[in-house]
Design a protein around this ligand. Structure first.
Ligand code: NAP
Length: 314
């Protein structure tokens, strides 16, 4: 391990999105406590009050136009690590120019906006995933050291009715048998794991950190249902959907909503092998939120509310 007291300067893009909003306060706290030398929040929209409240001696907001390559390069001067939580829709120019600017600014590492399933084991085509993979290839080909954080599904959204695991009337649709494990991670914990990865790559650049699988919980849908029921006291109705039916649904529809259930049925969202210990040995830095803990926050009824205290606090 290299002994260094120099701390990384981080640029964060996508601060105002669903995920970014939960990650940014974690990074701001790290900058204020001296774990980072600086946090630059690159923002393309008009900064909201909650974001401006984070400004401090070490936390700055930098307004950017992602189409302006030169300005983007200037915004990244002196930055060690770029962390992206950009959305997938409409960000092609932003993502491409970010790579070019990061190369020009000679950053040390780039965390692309991945935060999902392990695309290396997913055999099913989805344009959103193909775009992410193409971006990753482009970043590597440009010479950037990339760190992909694979997080499973977001704890605060996957149990809401739009994903179809649970209906608004507490009916659970179990992919195949309901007995396959699948990983979920709370959005704030994604921020905490990403921060540890950033610090690790800066302090120990020799470590292979290209792809990190992290999680807060990795249980089965039956176990998740039991965790919510133990709080709500309301027994769920359970439907089993066969793997063949899920495949037919995905073939007909081709959306992420159908894909997540198919991945669970195939056991491809199981993160039993993961990198939690590498980033957070013995939970030294934080205790990741489990589904049982989340169940308490939502009164056992995730079908009623999409709830995240970290977002509410912002
Ligand atoms: N695993 C899961 O369950 C799961 C669930 C949802 C999302 N994700 C992943 O998490 C990542 C972040 O997704 P998200 O839903 O948080 O993103 P989002 O809310 O759609 O957008 C994130 C931010 O991107 C920035 N942006 C820059 N250029 C933009 C443009 N042209 N159009 C729109 N936004 C632009 C905006 O920030 P500024 O205004 O600050 O510039 C925006 O707030 C993605 O990789 C997504 O696939 C995973």
């Amino acid at each position: 391990m290299s002994q260094t007291t120099v701390k990384p300067a981080v640029a964060f893009v996508g601060s105002t999105g669903l995920l970014g909003k939960s990650m940014v306060p974690i990074f701001a706290q790290a900058a204020n406590s001296g774990e980072l030398s600086e946090l630059r929040l690159l923002v393309s929209s008009t900064p909201k009050l909650w974001l401006e409240r984070l400004i401090s001696d070490t936390v700055k907001i930098v307004q950017v136009n992602y189409a302006d390559q030169k300005a983007l390069e200037n915004a990244l001067q002196g930055v060690d690590v770029v962390v992206s939580a950009l959305g997938t829709n409409g960000t092609e120019v932003a993502r491409r120019n970010l790579i070019n600017a990061a190369v020009a600014a000679k950053i040390k590492a780039y965390v692309p906006s991945e935060y999902g399933s392990d695309m290396d084991v997913n055999p099913y085509p989805l344009p959103m995933f193909e775009e992410k993979q193409a971006h990753l290839r482009e970043a590597k080909a440009a010479g950037l050291k990339t760190i992909s954080l694979l997080t499973g599904f977001f704890l605060e959204t996957i149990f809401s009715p739009p994903f179809g695991f649970i209906s608004a009337t507490n009916t659970w649709n179990l992919p195949d048998s309901g007995s396959n494990r699948f990983a979920v991670t709370s959005m704030a914990d994604i921020g905490r794991y990403t921060l540890r990865a950033v610090i690790l790559v800066f302090e120990e650049p020799e470590k292979a950190l290209e792809k990190l699988r992290i999680l807060g919980d990795n249980s089965t849908l039956d176990e998740y249902a039991a965790a919510f029921e133990s709080i709500s006291g309301e027994p769920p109705t359970k439907n089993t959907i066969s793997r063949d039916q899920l495949k037919a649904n995905f073939d007909a529809d081709g959306t992420i909503v159908e894909l997540v259930k198919l991945l669970v049925a195939d056991g491809l969202a199981d993160f039993t092998e993961n990198d939690n210990e590498l980033l957070n040995p013995g939970q030294k830095y934080f205790k990741p939120k489990t589904v049982a803990e989340y169940a308490k926050e939502v009164g056992g009824k995730p079908w009623i509310t999409i709830h995240s205290p970290e977002i509410d606090a912002s």
